[in-house]
Write a protein that binds this ligand. Sequence first.
Ligand code: GLN
Length: 304
Amino acid sequence: MPDYQAILEEIHAKVVAERPEGRVASYIPGLAKIHPDLFGMHLLTAEGEEFSVGDSDETFSIQSITKVLLISMVLSTQGRKIWSRVGVEPSGDPFNSLVQLEHERGIPRNPFINSGALVVCDFLMSLYDDPLSEFLNFVRRISGVPDISFDRFVAKSERKVAYRNLAMLNFMKDFGNIHNDIIAVIDFYCAVCSIRMSCGELARTFALFMNHGKLGNGEQILSVRRAKRINALMLTCGFYDESGEFAFRVGLPGKSGVGGGIAAVNPGKYSVAVWSPPLNEKGNSAAGCLALELLTDITGTSIF
Ligand code: GLN
């Protein structure tokens, strides 16, 4: 096995030296004040060994990484009915784009752009009386952390300026692809995006996708086939209009969030999470992408 601890330290030093250019997300006021120099990384192997560097125990807002957990919850319960309401193709557009929705009659391209995640939220809302508690319990079960919660301040601050996401909801409601009250859907969406986790917690949560749908205790949460599909979606859609570039540079299924986090997996080998708040122009953590590129280059462990 590679000496992952030494490799993470090497990556940390290189990222600090290189300081790739980026800006902390400011369109959600609650995220704007985060210190740009924070950096953490945590890697968990399939054998259960854990390695970390930097601020890997600090919690941060996972934002769009939550979209992977939302679709996982749907697939772990109701399954395939969701695919008539959201597609599985990369969008080639930014995460908050509205342009394809009109052409495609309110059916979002995939569950990892905002419109797609909003439909997945709506789907969960139709299944449960208290979808937020159900979802938090699902995340607690997968992560193994009983007190995982969301940041009310960040949720509230996103909710206040959620004009674009509300526009998508209105638009999709008009096409008949949102079944619940749009205000209830946006409240649920902003809450689940503001869930806080550390790199360690995130890497342990994503072990589900490293382990082909199985938890550490052997419980099969997702079938092998569904876990495969979620990994395929992460590879093709996890970084919006930078998904091709991420596959090209890093070569792992993964998902980013505007809080600066990225979670990625090499199925059967490791699950890894990295966090650095400044984002590149596509809304993905600039140093996070570099760190993961270094990881797969140094260890020769992309999926390709
Ligand atoms: N909550 C964020 C939004 O809707 C999530 C976006 C992201 O992390 N890319 O804008």
